[in-house]
Design a protein around this ligand. Structure first.
Ligand SMILES: [Zn+2]
Length: 125
């Protein structure tokens, strides 16, 4: 088990960005700019989001978890499945997790949440 501590949601900033886009204050190509690495990570490590893409309304929206932190060594800065994240936490590592939504259709991407992942001791014994 893994515990996410100090979660910071970025949904308010996301809503502001989308409102600016709807009001034509932001060009679509500046917010739909996922690079090939992010798109590949979304395909291979992401899970389908519960809502359609806010830009193109397609169901290609996926959520990817990225991990950061010195304790991860070479795994730092990579996309990981929740199972892998649980394994890192089970190994006693503390690290930062970013949840990013990525649309593989229009390349919309946004950081939804940041948190610290740490081992959960609740399930022991
Ligand atoms: Zn889209």
């Amino acid at each position: 088990m893994v515990e996410f501590q100090g979660q910071i949601s970025h949904r308010f900033a996301r809503a502001k960005t989308l409102a600016a886009w709807r009001a034509n204050k932001v060009k679509q190509d500046t917010i739909c700019d996922a690079d090939s690495l992010l798109l590949a990570a979304a395909k291979f490590h992401g899970v389908p989001a519960s809502t359609p893409c806010p830009i193109c309304n397609k169901t290609n929206l996926r959520e990817v978890l990225w991990v950061y932190g010195d304790e991860l060594k070479r795994a730092a800065g990579s996309a990981r499945s929740l199972t892998e994240i649980e394994q890192f936490a089970a190994a006693g590592l503390t690290f930062t997790v970013h949840r990013v939504e990525v649309c593989t259709n229009c390349k919309w991407n946004y950081l939804l949440m940041t948190a610290i992942a740490a081992p959960s001791y609740k399930s022991d014994t």
